[in-house]
Ligand binder design. Structure first.
Ligand code: HEM
Length: 474
Protein backbone atom coordinates (compact mmCIF):
# COMPACT_ATOMS: atom_id res chain seq x y z
CA UNK A 1 0.00 0.00 0.00
CA UNK A 2 2.14 2.82 -1.26
CA UNK A 3 -0.60 5.31 -0.41
CA UNK A 4 -2.55 5.72 2.79
CA UNK A 5 -5.04 2.87 2.60
CA UNK A 6 -8.69 2.77 3.52
CA UNK A 7 -7.84 2.13 7.16
CA UNK A 8 -5.81 5.37 7.21
CA UNK A 9 -2.63 3.61 8.28
CA UNK A 10 0.67 5.31 7.37
CA UNK A 11 1.99 4.83 3.82
CA UNK A 12 4.63 2.25 2.96
CA UNK A 13 5.94 -0.12 0.30
CA UNK A 14 3.71 -2.64 -1.43
CA UNK A 15 4.25 -6.10 0.06
CA UNK A 16 3.54 -9.69 -0.96
CA UNK A 17 0.44 -11.42 0.37
CA UNK A 18 1.28 -13.35 3.55
CA UNK A 19 5.01 -12.47 3.49
CA UNK A 20 4.58 -8.72 3.48
CA UNK A 21 7.90 -6.91 2.93
CA UNK A 22 10.11 -9.37 4.75
CA UNK A 23 12.19 -10.24 1.66
CA UNK A 24 13.02 -6.58 1.06
CA UNK A 25 14.66 -6.10 4.45
CA UNK A 26 17.88 -7.99 3.64
CA UNK A 27 20.78 -8.39 6.03
CA UNK A 28 20.80 -4.72 7.06
CA UNK A 29 17.13 -3.82 7.66
CA UNK A 30 18.04 -0.40 9.12
CA UNK A 31 19.51 0.72 5.79
CA UNK A 32 16.31 -0.29 4.01
CA UNK A 33 14.23 1.54 6.62
CA UNK A 34 16.32 4.69 6.05
CA UNK A 35 15.62 4.48 2.29
CA UNK A 36 11.91 3.89 2.89
CA UNK A 37 11.80 6.92 5.19
CA UNK A 38 13.03 9.09 2.27
CA UNK A 39 10.26 7.69 0.10
CA UNK A 40 7.30 7.39 2.47
CA UNK A 41 8.00 9.96 5.18
CA UNK A 42 8.61 10.20 8.91
CA UNK A 43 5.62 8.05 9.82
CA UNK A 44 5.47 5.00 7.57
CA UNK A 45 4.48 1.36 7.78
CA UNK A 46 5.43 -2.00 6.34
CA UNK A 47 4.50 -5.61 6.95
CA UNK A 48 6.84 -8.14 8.53
CA UNK A 49 4.92 -11.27 7.55
CA UNK A 50 1.49 -10.72 9.09
CA UNK A 51 2.72 -8.09 11.54
CA UNK A 52 2.12 -4.40 10.95
CA UNK A 53 5.25 -2.37 11.67
CA UNK A 54 5.10 1.39 12.16
CA UNK A 55 8.37 3.27 11.67
CA UNK A 56 8.96 6.72 13.21
CA UNK A 57 11.85 8.77 11.83
CA UNK A 58 11.34 12.14 13.45
CA UNK A 59 12.83 12.58 16.97
CA UNK A 60 9.97 14.78 18.22
CA UNK A 61 7.38 12.19 17.15
CA UNK A 62 9.38 9.34 18.72
CA UNK A 63 9.56 11.29 22.01
CA UNK A 64 5.84 12.01 22.01
CA UNK A 65 4.74 8.49 21.08
CA UNK A 66 7.15 6.63 23.39
CA UNK A 67 6.11 8.83 26.34
CA UNK A 68 2.65 7.30 26.09
CA UNK A 69 1.86 4.47 28.52
CA UNK A 70 -0.29 2.82 25.87
CA UNK A 71 2.83 2.32 23.70
CA UNK A 72 4.93 0.68 26.43
CA UNK A 73 4.08 -2.94 25.61
CA UNK A 74 6.28 -5.39 23.74
CA UNK A 75 5.67 -8.01 21.11
CA UNK A 76 6.72 -11.00 23.17
CA UNK A 77 6.03 -13.92 20.87
CA UNK A 78 9.70 -14.98 20.97
CA UNK A 79 10.31 -18.48 19.64
CA UNK A 80 13.65 -18.57 21.47
CA UNK A 81 12.72 -17.49 24.96
CA UNK A 82 9.68 -19.71 25.23
CA UNK A 83 11.74 -22.86 24.82
CA UNK A 84 14.20 -23.06 27.72
CA UNK A 85 11.51 -23.52 30.31
CA UNK A 86 10.74 -19.84 30.76
CA UNK A 87 8.28 -17.49 29.17
CA UNK A 88 8.90 -14.63 26.76
CA UNK A 89 6.80 -12.44 29.01
CA UNK A 90 9.16 -12.69 31.98
CA UNK A 91 12.27 -10.64 32.66
CA UNK A 92 12.88 -6.92 32.13
CA UNK A 93 13.08 -6.44 28.36
CA UNK A 94 9.99 -8.25 27.07
CA UNK A 95 7.69 -8.11 30.10
CA UNK A 96 4.67 -5.81 30.23
CA UNK A 97 2.12 -4.32 32.60
CA UNK A 98 2.54 -4.51 36.38
CA UNK A 99 5.23 -7.19 36.19
CA UNK A 100 7.39 -4.95 33.98
CA UNK A 101 6.65 -1.78 35.95
CA UNK A 102 7.54 -3.22 39.35
CA UNK A 103 10.68 -4.93 38.03
CA UNK A 104 11.83 -1.89 36.10
CA UNK A 105 11.33 0.28 39.19
CA UNK A 106 13.22 -2.23 41.31
CA UNK A 107 16.08 -2.56 38.79
CA UNK A 108 16.52 1.21 38.44
CA UNK A 109 16.51 1.77 42.17
CA UNK A 110 18.89 -1.14 42.84
CA UNK A 111 21.34 0.01 40.14
CA UNK A 112 21.18 3.50 41.62
CA UNK A 113 21.81 2.21 45.15
CA UNK A 114 24.75 0.11 43.95
CA UNK A 115 26.22 2.97 41.93
CA UNK A 116 25.90 5.75 44.39
CA UNK A 117 27.56 6.84 47.56
CA UNK A 118 30.29 4.31 48.04
CA UNK A 119 31.96 4.51 44.61
CA UNK A 120 31.62 0.75 44.64
CA UNK A 121 30.43 0.50 41.07
CA UNK A 122 33.01 2.92 39.74
CA UNK A 123 35.82 1.09 41.54
CA UNK A 124 34.52 -2.19 40.12
CA UNK A 125 34.61 -0.83 36.58
CA UNK A 126 38.07 0.65 37.07
CA UNK A 127 39.37 -2.73 38.28
CA UNK A 128 38.08 -4.24 35.04
CA UNK A 129 39.71 -1.52 32.94
CA UNK A 130 43.02 -2.09 34.73
CA UNK A 131 42.86 -5.84 34.09
CA UNK A 132 42.02 -5.20 30.45
CA UNK A 133 44.95 -2.78 30.12
CA UNK A 134 47.29 -5.44 31.56
CA UNK A 135 46.07 -7.99 29.03
CA UNK A 136 46.44 -5.55 26.13
CA UNK A 137 49.90 -4.56 27.32
CA UNK A 138 50.89 -8.23 27.24
CA UNK A 139 50.22 -8.32 23.48
CA UNK A 140 53.41 -6.21 23.13
CA UNK A 141 52.06 -4.17 20.26
CA UNK A 142 51.06 -7.19 18.17
CA UNK A 143 47.79 -6.56 16.33
CA UNK A 144 44.76 -8.46 17.66
CA UNK A 145 40.98 -8.52 17.32
CA UNK A 146 40.12 -7.52 20.91
CA UNK A 147 36.48 -8.67 20.92
CA UNK A 148 36.80 -11.43 23.54
CA UNK A 149 38.95 -9.38 25.90
CA UNK A 150 36.63 -6.36 25.80
CA UNK A 151 33.44 -8.43 26.08
CA UNK A 152 34.74 -10.43 29.05
CA UNK A 153 35.70 -7.25 30.90
CA UNK A 154 32.31 -5.67 30.33
CA UNK A 155 30.43 -8.87 31.20
CA UNK A 156 32.44 -8.90 34.44
CA UNK A 157 30.93 -5.55 35.40
CA UNK A 158 27.48 -7.14 35.14
CA UNK A 159 28.72 -10.16 37.12
CA UNK A 160 29.93 -7.86 39.88
CA UNK A 161 26.59 -6.07 39.92
CA UNK A 162 24.54 -9.24 40.01
CA UNK A 163 26.68 -11.71 41.91
CA UNK A 164 29.08 -9.42 43.71
CA UNK A 165 32.06 -11.17 42.19
CA UNK A 166 34.25 -11.14 39.07
CA UNK A 167 35.76 -13.96 37.02
CA UNK A 168 39.35 -14.11 35.88
CA UNK A 169 39.35 -13.10 32.25
CA UNK A 170 40.74 -16.43 31.07
CA UNK A 171 38.28 -18.56 33.09
CA UNK A 172 36.96 -21.05 30.47
CA UNK A 173 33.48 -21.21 32.00
CA UNK A 174 33.20 -17.43 31.89
CA UNK A 175 34.60 -17.18 28.35
CA UNK A 176 32.00 -19.74 27.29
CA UNK A 177 29.25 -17.57 28.84
CA UNK A 178 30.37 -14.45 26.97
CA UNK A 179 30.65 -16.45 23.72
CA UNK A 180 27.04 -17.56 24.22
CA UNK A 181 25.93 -13.99 24.89
CA UNK A 182 27.71 -13.00 21.72
CA UNK A 183 25.54 -15.41 19.73
CA UNK A 184 22.25 -14.08 21.09
CA UNK A 185 21.88 -10.94 18.90
CA UNK A 186 22.05 -12.99 15.68
CA UNK A 187 19.65 -15.48 17.26
CA UNK A 188 17.24 -12.64 18.04
CA UNK A 189 17.37 -11.45 14.41
CA UNK A 190 16.33 -14.97 13.30
CA UNK A 191 13.70 -14.99 16.07
CA UNK A 192 12.09 -11.92 14.56
CA UNK A 193 11.88 -13.65 11.15
CA UNK A 194 10.21 -16.68 12.75
CA UNK A 195 7.74 -14.46 14.60
CA UNK A 196 6.75 -13.02 11.23
CA UNK A 197 6.70 -16.39 9.44
CA UNK A 198 6.05 -19.07 12.12
CA UNK A 199 5.86 -21.90 9.55
CA UNK A 200 9.67 -21.62 9.18
CA UNK A 201 9.91 -23.72 12.34
CA UNK A 202 8.10 -26.63 10.66
CA UNK A 203 10.88 -27.84 8.34
CA UNK A 204 14.70 -27.71 8.24
CA UNK A 205 16.07 -24.38 6.97
CA UNK A 206 18.77 -21.83 7.83
CA UNK A 207 16.52 -19.64 10.00
CA UNK A 208 15.25 -22.59 12.06
CA UNK A 209 18.85 -23.68 12.53
CA UNK A 210 19.77 -20.28 13.96
CA UNK A 211 16.74 -20.26 16.25
CA UNK A 212 17.57 -23.78 17.50
CA UNK A 213 21.18 -22.76 18.12
CA UNK A 214 19.99 -19.69 20.06
CA UNK A 215 17.67 -21.88 22.16
CA UNK A 216 20.63 -24.10 23.00
CA UNK A 217 22.72 -21.05 23.92
CA UNK A 218 19.95 -19.78 26.14
CA UNK A 219 19.69 -23.16 27.88
CA UNK A 220 23.40 -22.94 28.66
CA UNK A 221 23.19 -19.33 29.86
CA UNK A 222 20.30 -20.26 32.17
CA UNK A 223 22.30 -23.21 33.50
CA UNK A 224 25.22 -20.86 34.25
CA UNK A 225 22.95 -18.33 35.97
CA UNK A 226 21.14 -21.02 37.96
CA UNK A 227 24.42 -22.44 39.22
CA UNK A 228 25.67 -19.00 40.23
CA UNK A 229 22.43 -18.20 42.03
CA UNK A 230 22.58 -21.44 44.00
CA UNK A 231 26.25 -20.98 44.88
CA UNK A 232 25.89 -17.35 45.75
CA UNK A 233 22.89 -17.73 48.00
CA UNK A 234 23.96 -21.06 49.47
CA UNK A 235 27.48 -20.35 50.61
CA UNK A 236 27.64 -16.79 51.92
CA UNK A 237 25.48 -14.71 54.11
CA UNK A 238 26.60 -11.18 53.43
CA UNK A 239 23.35 -9.58 52.55
CA UNK A 240 23.98 -6.68 54.88
CA UNK A 241 27.48 -5.59 53.96
CA UNK A 242 27.96 -6.65 50.33
CA UNK A 243 24.86 -5.60 48.47
CA UNK A 244 24.39 -6.90 44.96
CA UNK A 245 21.45 -7.30 42.63
CA UNK A 246 20.78 -10.89 43.56
CA UNK A 247 20.65 -10.24 47.29
CA UNK A 248 18.53 -7.15 46.76
CA UNK A 249 16.15 -9.28 44.66
CA UNK A 250 15.90 -12.04 47.26
CA UNK A 251 15.27 -9.43 49.94
CA UNK A 252 12.53 -7.99 47.76
CA UNK A 253 10.96 -11.45 47.42
CA UNK A 254 10.84 -11.60 51.22
CA UNK A 255 9.86 -8.10 52.30
CA UNK A 256 8.92 -6.11 49.17
CA UNK A 257 10.45 -2.94 50.58
CA UNK A 258 11.21 -1.28 47.22
CA UNK A 259 8.02 -2.07 45.38
CA UNK A 260 5.48 -2.23 48.15
CA UNK A 261 5.35 -6.00 48.16
CA UNK A 262 4.67 -6.70 44.48
CA UNK A 263 3.85 -10.39 44.32
CA UNK A 264 5.61 -10.80 40.98
CA UNK A 265 8.99 -11.02 42.73
CA UNK A 266 9.50 -14.74 42.37
CA UNK A 267 12.36 -17.06 41.56
CA UNK A 268 10.67 -17.82 38.24
CA UNK A 269 11.08 -14.19 37.25
CA UNK A 270 14.61 -13.92 38.66
CA UNK A 271 16.59 -15.83 36.01
CA UNK A 272 15.01 -14.07 32.99
CA UNK A 273 15.72 -10.71 34.71
CA UNK A 274 19.37 -11.65 35.22
CA UNK A 275 19.56 -12.86 31.64
CA UNK A 276 18.21 -9.50 30.45
CA UNK A 277 20.78 -7.56 32.43
CA UNK A 278 23.53 -9.68 30.84
CA UNK A 279 21.94 -9.68 27.40
CA UNK A 280 21.14 -5.98 27.24
CA UNK A 281 24.19 -4.82 29.18
CA UNK A 282 27.07 -6.74 27.61
CA UNK A 283 27.00 -6.81 23.81
CA UNK A 284 25.74 -3.21 23.60
CA UNK A 285 28.50 -1.69 25.69
CA UNK A 286 31.28 -3.94 24.39
CA UNK A 287 30.40 -3.30 20.74
CA UNK A 288 30.27 0.46 21.34
CA UNK A 289 33.80 0.18 22.75
CA UNK A 290 34.86 -1.78 19.64
CA UNK A 291 33.31 0.93 17.43
CA UNK A 292 35.37 3.49 19.36
CA UNK A 293 38.52 1.54 18.40
CA UNK A 294 37.39 1.45 14.76
CA UNK A 295 36.64 5.18 14.61
CA UNK A 296 39.93 6.04 16.32
CA UNK A 297 41.83 3.90 13.78
CA UNK A 298 39.95 5.66 10.99
CA UNK A 299 40.53 9.14 12.51
CA UNK A 300 43.97 9.16 14.15
CA UNK A 301 44.02 12.97 14.35
CA UNK A 302 40.89 12.87 16.53
CA UNK A 303 42.48 10.19 18.72
CA UNK A 304 45.48 12.54 19.19
CA UNK A 305 43.19 15.41 20.21
CA UNK A 306 41.50 13.19 22.79
CA UNK A 307 44.85 12.07 24.16
CA UNK A 308 46.09 15.67 24.29
CA UNK A 309 42.99 16.72 26.23
CA UNK A 310 43.54 13.89 28.73
CA UNK A 311 47.27 14.64 29.07
CA UNK A 312 46.76 18.38 29.56
CA UNK A 313 43.74 18.35 31.84
CA UNK A 314 44.30 15.27 33.95
CA UNK A 315 47.71 13.78 33.13
CA UNK A 316 48.80 10.29 32.19
CA UNK A 317 49.79 8.96 35.58
CA UNK A 318 46.49 7.94 37.13
CA UNK A 319 43.28 6.18 36.09
CA UNK A 320 40.53 8.52 34.93
CA UNK A 321 37.44 8.56 37.14
CA UNK A 322 33.86 9.64 36.48
CA UNK A 323 34.55 12.96 38.17
CA UNK A 324 37.02 13.73 35.36
CA UNK A 325 34.24 13.72 32.78
CA UNK A 326 33.59 17.45 33.33
CA UNK A 327 37.23 18.20 32.51
CA UNK A 328 37.16 16.27 29.23
CA UNK A 329 34.35 17.57 26.99
CA UNK A 330 36.09 16.66 23.72
CA UNK A 331 36.59 13.08 24.93
CA UNK A 332 32.92 12.90 25.96
CA UNK A 333 31.86 14.37 22.61
CA UNK A 334 33.99 11.77 20.80
CA UNK A 335 32.21 8.97 22.69
CA UNK A 336 28.82 10.47 21.78
CA UNK A 337 29.89 10.61 18.14
CA UNK A 338 30.90 6.93 18.36
CA UNK A 339 27.43 6.15 19.69
CA UNK A 340 25.78 8.18 16.94
CA UNK A 341 27.60 6.47 14.08
CA UNK A 342 28.05 3.09 15.78
CA UNK A 343 24.28 2.91 16.14
CA UNK A 344 24.21 -0.09 18.43
CA UNK A 345 20.46 -0.53 18.40
CA UNK A 346 19.62 0.59 14.87
CA UNK A 347 15.89 0.71 15.51
CA UNK A 348 15.76 0.10 19.25
CA UNK A 349 13.33 -2.55 20.41
CA UNK A 350 9.79 -2.69 19.02
CA UNK A 351 7.04 -1.21 21.20
CA UNK A 352 3.48 -2.54 20.99
CA UNK A 353 0.44 -0.32 21.49
CA UNK A 354 -2.22 -1.76 23.78
CA UNK A 355 -4.95 0.36 22.14
CA UNK A 356 -5.57 2.01 18.79
CA UNK A 357 -3.79 5.37 18.67
CA UNK A 358 -3.30 8.23 16.23
CA UNK A 359 0.12 9.46 15.12
CA UNK A 360 0.32 12.59 12.96
CA UNK A 361 -3.25 11.99 11.78
CA UNK A 362 -2.66 8.32 10.88
CA UNK A 363 -4.52 5.53 12.59
CA UNK A 364 -2.29 2.95 14.27
CA UNK A 365 -4.29 -0.22 14.94
CA UNK A 366 -4.02 -1.88 18.36
CA UNK A 367 -1.09 -4.35 18.65
CA UNK A 368 1.09 -2.80 15.95
CA UNK A 369 4.86 -2.89 16.37
CA UNK A 370 6.22 0.64 16.63
CA UNK A 371 9.90 1.25 15.87
CA UNK A 372 12.10 4.30 16.42
CA UNK A 373 14.21 4.54 13.27
CA UNK A 374 17.33 5.41 15.28
CA UNK A 375 19.89 4.70 12.54
CA UNK A 376 17.98 6.88 10.13
CA UNK A 377 17.57 9.69 12.70
CA UNK A 378 21.29 9.56 13.57
CA UNK A 379 22.28 9.85 9.90
CA UNK A 380 19.64 12.37 8.79
CA UNK A 381 21.09 15.69 7.55
CA UNK A 382 18.08 17.48 9.09
CA UNK A 383 19.47 16.66 12.55
CA UNK A 384 23.18 16.17 11.83
CA UNK A 385 25.06 18.19 9.21
CA UNK A 386 27.31 16.01 6.99
CA UNK A 387 25.94 13.00 8.89
CA UNK A 388 28.51 10.44 7.75
CA UNK A 389 31.48 12.58 8.82
CA UNK A 390 32.97 11.57 12.17
CA UNK A 391 33.06 14.91 13.96
CA UNK A 392 32.91 15.11 17.78
CA UNK A 393 32.64 18.92 17.69
CA UNK A 394 28.98 18.61 16.66
CA UNK A 395 28.35 17.82 20.34
CA UNK A 396 30.16 20.94 21.61
CA UNK A 397 29.03 24.57 21.67
CA UNK A 398 31.27 27.61 21.13
CA UNK A 399 32.32 27.45 24.82
CA UNK A 400 33.28 23.80 24.56
CA UNK A 401 30.25 22.81 26.60
CA UNK A 402 28.58 19.50 25.73
CA UNK A 403 25.30 19.77 23.89
CA UNK A 404 22.78 17.04 23.23
CA UNK A 405 21.09 17.59 19.86
CA UNK A 406 17.40 16.62 19.61
CA UNK A 407 18.23 13.86 17.15
CA UNK A 408 20.65 12.07 19.50
CA UNK A 409 18.89 9.12 21.15
CA UNK A 410 21.11 6.01 21.24
CA UNK A 411 19.31 4.78 24.37
CA UNK A 412 15.86 5.48 22.86
CA UNK A 413 13.44 7.55 24.94
CA UNK A 414 10.21 7.45 26.93
CA UNK A 415 8.72 4.83 29.20
CA UNK A 416 11.00 2.02 28.04
CA UNK A 417 14.17 4.07 27.60
CA UNK A 418 17.29 1.98 28.25
CA UNK A 419 17.33 0.99 31.87
CA UNK A 420 21.13 0.86 31.95
CA UNK A 421 21.78 4.27 30.39
CA UNK A 422 23.61 5.77 33.40
CA UNK A 423 25.68 2.61 33.89
CA UNK A 424 26.48 2.38 30.17
CA UNK A 425 27.66 6.01 30.03
CA UNK A 426 29.90 5.48 33.04
CA UNK A 427 31.34 2.30 31.53
CA UNK A 428 31.90 3.83 28.09
CA UNK A 429 33.78 6.78 29.57
CA UNK A 430 35.91 4.73 31.96
CA UNK A 431 36.78 2.07 29.39
CA UNK A 432 37.31 4.18 26.27
CA UNK A 433 38.99 7.21 27.86
CA UNK A 434 41.30 5.11 30.04
CA UNK A 435 42.26 2.85 27.13
CA UNK A 436 43.18 5.90 25.05
CA UNK A 437 45.12 7.31 28.00
CA UNK A 438 47.11 4.08 28.19
CA UNK A 439 47.45 3.17 24.49
CA UNK A 440 47.71 4.62 21.01
CA UNK A 441 45.76 2.45 18.59
CA UNK A 442 47.44 1.49 15.34
CA UNK A 443 46.55 -0.49 12.25
CA UNK A 444 48.77 -3.55 11.66
CA UNK A 445 51.80 -2.69 9.53
CA UNK A 446 50.98 -2.74 5.83
CA UNK A 447 47.24 -2.21 6.44
CA UNK A 448 46.06 1.14 5.11
CA UNK A 449 42.54 1.46 6.49
CA UNK A 450 39.92 -0.08 8.74
CA UNK A 451 36.45 -1.08 7.55
CA UNK A 452 33.52 0.92 8.94
CA UNK A 453 31.12 -1.85 7.90
CA UNK A 454 28.80 -3.56 10.36
CA UNK A 455 28.32 -7.32 10.62
CA UNK A 456 25.07 -8.51 8.98
CA UNK A 457 22.01 -10.26 10.49
CA UNK A 458 22.13 -8.99 14.04
CA UNK A 459 19.92 -6.90 16.30
CA UNK A 460 23.12 -5.36 17.68
CA UNK A 461 25.09 -3.31 15.16
CA UNK A 462 28.65 -4.56 15.63
CA UNK A 463 31.78 -3.81 13.58
CA UNK A 464 33.10 -6.50 11.25
CA UNK A 465 36.23 -8.12 12.76
CA UNK A 466 39.30 -5.88 12.54
CA UNK A 467 42.90 -5.93 13.76
CA UNK A 468 44.36 -3.29 16.06
CA UNK A 469 47.72 -2.90 17.77
CA UNK A 470 47.76 -1.36 21.27
CA UNK A 471 50.94 0.70 21.62
CA UNK A 472 51.54 1.61 25.29
CA UNK A 473 51.74 5.32 26.22
CA UNK A 474 52.13 4.74 29.97
C1 HEM B 1 25.96 1.45 24.91
C2 HEM B 1 25.19 0.72 25.61
C3 HEM B 1 23.68 0.59 25.49
C4 HEM B 1 22.83 1.00 24.49
C5 HEM B 1 23.17 1.73 23.20
C6 HEM B 1 21.50 0.59 24.89
C7 HEM B 1 20.35 0.85 24.15
C8 HEM B 1 19.09 0.43 24.51
C9 HEM B 1 17.90 0.64 23.71
C10 HEM B 1 17.84 1.40 22.38
C11 HEM B 1 16.87 0.06 24.37
C12 HEM B 1 15.42 -0.03 23.89
C13 HEM B 1 14.56 1.05 24.48
C14 HEM B 1 13.16 1.03 23.95
O1 HEM B 1 12.51 -0.02 23.93
O2 HEM B 1 12.66 2.08 23.51
C15 HEM B 1 17.39 -0.53 25.59
C16 HEM B 1 16.64 -1.20 26.53
C17 HEM B 1 17.17 -1.78 27.67
N1 HEM B 1 18.47 -1.72 28.10
FE1 HEM B 1 19.99 -0.79 27.16
N2 HEM B 1 21.58 -0.05 26.09
C18 HEM B 1 22.90 -0.07 26.50
C19 HEM B 1 23.40 -0.60 27.68
C20 HEM B 1 22.66 -1.20 28.66
C21 HEM B 1 23.17 -1.69 29.92
C22 HEM B 1 24.61 -1.56 30.41
C23 HEM B 1 22.12 -2.29 30.56
C24 HEM B 1 22.06 -2.98 31.91
C25 HEM B 1 22.53 -2.99 32.90
C26 HEM B 1 20.95 -2.16 29.71
C27 HEM B 1 19.71 -2.64 30.03
C28 HEM B 1 18.57 -2.45 29.26
C29 HEM B 1 17.27 -2.99 29.61
C30 HEM B 1 16.96 -3.89 30.81
C31 HEM B 1 16.39 -2.56 28.61
C32 HEM B 1 14.88 -2.84 28.53
C33 HEM B 1 14.14 -1.73 29.23
C34 HEM B 1 12.64 -1.92 29.21
O3 HEM B 1 12.15 -2.63 28.35
O4 HEM B 1 11.99 -1.34 30.08
N3 HEM B 1 21.32 -1.49 28.57
N4 HEM B 1 18.75 -0.27 25.65
Amino acid sequence: WSKTGPRNIPPGPQGLPFFGNIFSLGQYPHKVLAEWKDKYGDVMSFKNGHRLMIVLSDPATVRKVFANDVVANRDNQSAIRTDPGTSAELGLVFSEGELWKSHRRFALSTLRDLGMGKNWLEDTIITEVQELCDILRSTKGKAIYPKVQVTNSIANVICALIFGRRFTLDDPKFTRLTALLNELPTGLAADSVVQALPFLMWFPNAVRKRVSAARQSLHSVFAFLREEVVQHTGTVDKQADAPDYLYAYLAECENGSKTGGASSFTEEQLLPSLLDLFGAGTETTSNTTLWAFVYMLANPEIMKKVQLEIDERVGRDRMLRSSDRNLLPYTEAMIMEVQRLGNLATFGLPHRNAEEITIDGFTIPKDSNILANLYSIHTDPRWFKEPFKFDPTRFLDANEKLIKPDGFMPFSTGKRVCLGEALAKMELFLFIANLLRCFTLQLPSGVKSVSLDAAPDSVVNSPVPFQVAFIPRV
